[in-house]
Design a protein around this ligand. Structure first.
Ligand SMILES: C[S@@+](CC[C@H](N)C(=O)[O-])C[C@H]1O[C@@H](n2cnc3c(N)ncnc32)[C@H](O)[C@@H]1O
Length: 437
């Protein structure tokens, strides 16, 4: 049968629909075929990237029932999917929300559904799931990935913040008779303790990538690996090595405790609605042997060094604000308690950036340490940097081993980065929060 106009939708499986694409269509867009309803009546709600295919005819060898299609799609056919900004005031769209059959994808929640079955299969294959594994999925959405995970894992915990998605997911999994192996937790993944799991496999909302990865690799969760779909640029940063322009604080912190492996790039066209950015899949392997370092001290140290990652360490540790903070944190101020508060005069400080930082009010002193103590503390840091050969080096170019060495030299000299006046914080909450926007 030759169709002049095809109703193009997303579906996990082209063979199920028995659609053969013409050579002109590089990606096969398949889905719910409704030969009765004329295409033009639904055109308004179809996403633009599907429209590319409209003029191309498809050779169709069979149709699926609407019910079967809905099961494959997990929810309504895409004419019901509307992507709406949270500040979109369109009354008609608002009215439709809540009506049966309509589901809105919210940008603020990163709701971009991965629909390419080949990509879904590759993610599951590269995750190397064993039949006895419990998998944690963050942000299952309508369940395209969840269903694939349920085919191979013993159990899946899916954490989803959006109640509407949870409903769709539960219905879809129940229709496949797999509900016994799925536990859906309707919570914010950043604000909960995860149940025990062996692996994480997820297409996460990109807005929470940093805090979520920090939570996973520094949380008390022993897991084999995390296979994650991330924004491409973000993945490049995680994969970056010292000296690469993308190497940053998160990369250095993750590399301390985990190995990161590139798996594959994923085009934005493989999502509905189509996001603005491309994606990549990476696999994170927690290291079995982690360097013996106080993590809170390490996090505070990398925060200080990577704040201006391309500045030389000599210049970074000359900044008055940094030195005063370090002096306070290193508990070297006991002898200075009686000093009269001093507001520093920055006129003699030839560092524009730092002056700007001061001007936001947050970092204004008075501080109870004297200029004399500050100068000698500064000299002490400079000596440590010089002795270790770090004065002219830039944090962005240092290996983990070099950074660990520098930290131990500074600590040996009594210079600390974590606030030792506050007592020991054993949780990683502050650290995870520091990556939240
Ligand atoms: C990129 S979509 C992925 C959907 C699905 N996994 C897929 O591949 O098609 C991200 C999902 O994460 C959910 N989400 C967003 N923020 C979340 C959070 N803080 N905790 C848990 N889920 C969240 C969204 O509602 C959305 O369903």
């Amino acid at each position: 049968m030759r169709l002049r106009r095809a109703f193009i939708l997303e579906s996990p499986c082209k063979t199920d629909l028995k659609i053969l694409s013409s050579a002109a269509i590089p990606t096969i867009w398949v889905g719910y075929m409704n030969p009765v309803q004329p295409f033009c009546s639904i055109k308004g709600n179809v996403f633009c990237h599907t429209e590319k295919c409209l003029s191309t005819s498809l050779t169709v060898t069979g149709f699926l029932s609407r019910k079967h299609c809905l099961r494959l799609l997990g929810t309504m056919p895409s004419r019901y999917y509307v992507h709406r900004d949270d500040n979109d005031e369109d009354e008609r769209k608002r009215k439709r929300e809540g009506q049966e059959g309509y589901i809105y994808f919210h940008k603020s929640r990163g709701q971009h559904i991965l629909t390419n079955p080949r990509v879904l299969d590759s993610i599951v294959r590269r995750a190397e799931i064993r039949p006895t594994d419990t998998v944690l999925e963050i942000g299952p959405g309508t369940g395209n990935l969840t269903l694939k995970l349920l085919e191979v894992a013993e159990k899946v915990f899916a954490v989803e913040i959006d109640k509407r998605m949870v409903e769709v997911l539960n219905n879809r999994v129940a229709e496949c008779g797999l509900e016994d192996r799925l536990t859906v937790i309707c919570k914010d993944a950043l604000k909960m303790d995860f149940p025990p799991f062996d692996l994480i496999v997820a297409n996460i909302p990109y807005g929470i990538s940093s805090p979520l990865i920090a939570k996973l690799v520094f949380g008390a969760y022993p897991f084999r690996s995390a296979t994650l779909l991330l924004q491409k640029e973000f993945a490049r940063r995680l994969l970056a090595n010292p000296g690469d322009s993308a190497f940053n604080r998160l990369a250095v912190n993750v590399k301390l405790v985990a190995e990161v492996e590139f798996v594959m790039d994923v085009s934005k066209k493989d999502f509905i609605p189509c996001p603005k950015v491309d994606s990549s899949v990476v696999k994170i392997w927690p290291k079995t042997k982690v360097p013996d370092v106080d993590m809170h001290e390490w996090w505070a140290f990398t925060r200080t060094c990577f704040n201006k990652k391309n500045k030389t360490l000599g210049a970074t540790f000359k900044q008055k604000k940094k030195v005063v903070e370090l002096l306070r944190r290193s508990q070297m101020m006991d002898s200075l308690k009686d000093h009269v508060a001093t507001r520093y005069n920055y006129d003699d400080y030839d560092d524009k950036e730092e002056q700007e930082e001061q001007s936001d009010g947050e970092h204004c002193f008075p501080s109870p340490c004297s200029e004399k103590d500050l100068v000698s503390f500064k000299e002490m840091i400079a000596e440590v940097l010089k002795a270790g050969g770090f004065e002219a080096k830039r944090p962005s170019k240092l290996s983990i081993e070099e950074l660990l060495h520098l930290l131990s030299l500074l600590n040996q000299a009594g210079i600390y980065f974590n606030d030792r006046t506050k007592g020991k914080d054993v949780s990683n909450e502050g650290f995870v929060a520091s990556y939240s926007s």
